[in-house]
Design a protein around this ligand. Sequence first.
Ligand code: ARG
Length: 471
Amino acid sequence: MTNDDTDKRAGKGANALWGGRFAGGADDVMRAINASIDVDRRLADHDIDASLAHAQMLAACGVISSEDAKAIAKGLEDIRAEIAAGAFPFSAALEDIHMNIEARLTEKIGEAGARLHTARSRNDQVATDFRLWTRTALDRLGLQIEALQRALITQAEAHADTVMPGFTHLQTAQPVTFGHHCMAYVEMLSRDAGRLSDARARLNESPLGAAALAGAPYPINRDMTAETLGFAAPMANSLDAVSARDFVMEALAGLTICAVHLSRLAEEIVLWTSPRFGFARLSDRFSTGSSIMPQKRNPDAAELIRAKVGGMAGAFQSMVLMMKALPLAYAKDMQEDKAPLFRAVDDFELCLAAMTGMIGDLDVRPEAMAAAAGEGYSTATDLADWLVRELGLPFREAHHVTGRLVAEAERRDIALHELPVEAMKAVEPRIDERALGVLSPADSVASRTSYGGAAPVRVREQIARWKEKLG
Ligand code: ARG
């Protein structure tokens, strides 16, 4: 909330920053709908950084004096300290963070402050600030994704040999290992991180100096401000610079995709930790109890990760709908761009942290996984492959023979490897005892040695590759 909503500082009458054109002040409702300060105050540090770069450049180009630039720099650093100390008088009547800081600066240093807005507009200012904020956020997210990858790799290393059932359609399919399963997510997360770093590279150009939309009639140096702020270059078209928000959509799309991956893993944690599966147990740190059922250990964090994706996808959608029919250049609609990204990033960081914590603590139950891996005729394909390899049967025929053997085992209510060889021979006379050797889940997994396969040797290679990559 702002400190002084009625606000003498902004002038109860005409606005202090553009009052020249207006005789009276705005209606309270107008002020309320127009104000964004409660959201965009999060841009404060970046706004100050961009103003410092701008003032320094203006002085270097002779547009303002170096004394003024010094006074501006000092004033802005004082304001930064005021904000950090919680002593800054935020005002809704001053609309947004840009006008709040500028008005405060002029209050503090007088006329020099009023020169800061030369050769810029809030349009290039907000675009610059928001790109800087998004860039910082994407860098942070990249590191957090890496932390989750490390937690998964640690589990994968401990469980490279832990056999578990792999599913398709959530029906027992073929045995894999828990390590293999964890490494699948490491791969997914690396593509996610790649998407975010691509978005970062594309957004890293400076709008500053595009001014309102047409550029500035001063001998400014946009390369200089771009460089000071760590941008790769100034944006090449001033109209594009102030109206582009694809960087917000791209960031949201990237983090929504990653959140979908987190949600799939969250769903698996819910399944694995359910007593029906019993594949794993969540630590006390990441479980909740029930107020009425003392036996419960609920995976609330996993469920919330699953749920929060909706908000992130919604944020992406609200950006798309907001932008889709805006003519160039700036329109006030675009002020609504910040809340969705801020909230999505906040939620996403929390989801990443919670998932990293859950995975790190996850207590895997290899016996339960192994028992389940042997159920549901999970090695039927291995038998079919044996028939192909050893007897030279075409795969289709081997599939048919194996299907009959599964039906026979099912009729007797026993596992495939419990089927007497005679019963097998009754279906296919050339089968012998050697076929039994491929029917255990561990043998099945060990045989999957193709590149990227579930065999522990291959999983260990994946782990080694990733440990080297992440350093
Ligand atoms: N608070 C505004 C925003 O976030 C700043 C830009 C306002 N520009 C304008 N011409 N009204 O979009």
